[in-house]
Design a protein around this ligand. Structure first.
Ligand SMILES: Nc1nonc1C(=O)NC1CCNCC1
Length: 251
């Protein structure tokens, strides 16, 4: 068993939604290796009545229901008694900070995360104001609940935890930690329906292959996500490659 690197407590109304993504592949292996502990906590267990109610009508009127603050505060009290204060208490919501690799890396440095999955028209504002430490959005679109965002965050964060990806992949991770898009990947056969693998990848010339891959990453990032290129940590070699690419485009 590995050393426990991170505990994630997920407050949700639909724990059954998480069966699958966390019970397969890399996240499953990380849990089995004892690197990550993921606890699904049903908010309804902290309801104020026997009907397991967790929502109520909005003050000021209007359509829909609002998720009440009580069960969430109660659930946080319970978490604190069991494991102490979490590093972050994260509310998944469209108003939050846009989730990206930088945010994933920041969260991966924590030992204990709590993720709150919202539902209904919204959550009583006292949760955002007095309970959570961070609000995170996975993108500018409205989903039916915070569960899918929680799965995205857990997936992106857990893969950055030492030992989760395994040696080779984590080494590759380093090469992309500079924020560029990945180079194209190929595998057998050498030719499929007339589509051939680039010759350089068959050459066995490791330096040429490294340069080709770096050039492809730079080209792809320049073409598809120039915004990433502006933020990427480029080497002098990268700048030379980009200069030659831009000169080629001009000619
Ligand atoms: N985009 C999002 N990134 O995080 N959460 C998101 C989201 O759409 N949440 C829903 C908003 C409407 N109420 C149910 C939850």
């Amino acid at each position: 068993m590995g050393e426990l690197e991170m505990v994630v407590d997920i407050l949700t109304l639909f724990p059954e939604m998480f069966a699958g993504p966390f019970d397969a592949s890399i996240i499953k292996r990380a849990r089995e290796k004892g690197l990550v502990e993921i606890n699904l906590i049903n908010i309804r267990d902290f309801s104020w009545n026997k009907h397991r109610t967790v929502d109520d009508t909005p003050y000021g009127g209007g359509v829909g229901m609002v998720m009440a603050a009580g069960p969430l505060f109660e659930a946080m009290d319970w978490i604190r008694t069991r494991r102490g204060d979490p590093g972050r208490i994260i509310l998944l919501c469209p108003a939050g900070r846009l989730f990206n690799q930088e945010v994933a890396a920041e969260l991966a440095r924590e030992k204990h995360l709590v993720l709150i999955c919202g539902h209904y028209e919204g959550i009583d504002e006292r949760v955002a104001e007095h309970l959570v430490t961070d609000e995170i959005s996975i993108g500018d679109y409205v989903l039916t609940g915070g569960e899918l965002p929680a799965m995205v965050v857990v997936d992106a964060v857990c893969r950055l935890i030492p030992g989760v990806l395994g040696e080779s992949a984590s080494a590759q991770e380093e090469s992309f930690a500079d924020g560029l898009l990945e180079y194209p990947h190929y595998t057998r056969p050498r030719e499929y329906r007339g589509y051939r693998v680039p010759e350089v990848l068959l050459s066995g010339h490791h330096e040429k292959i490294r340069l080709w891959r770096r050039r492809q990453s730079l080209l792809r990032t320049l073409a598809s996500r120039p915004d990433l290129l502006a933020r990427a940590s480029l080497t002098e070699e990268d700048r030379k490659i980009l200069t030659s690419v831009l000169e080629e485009l001009k000619s």
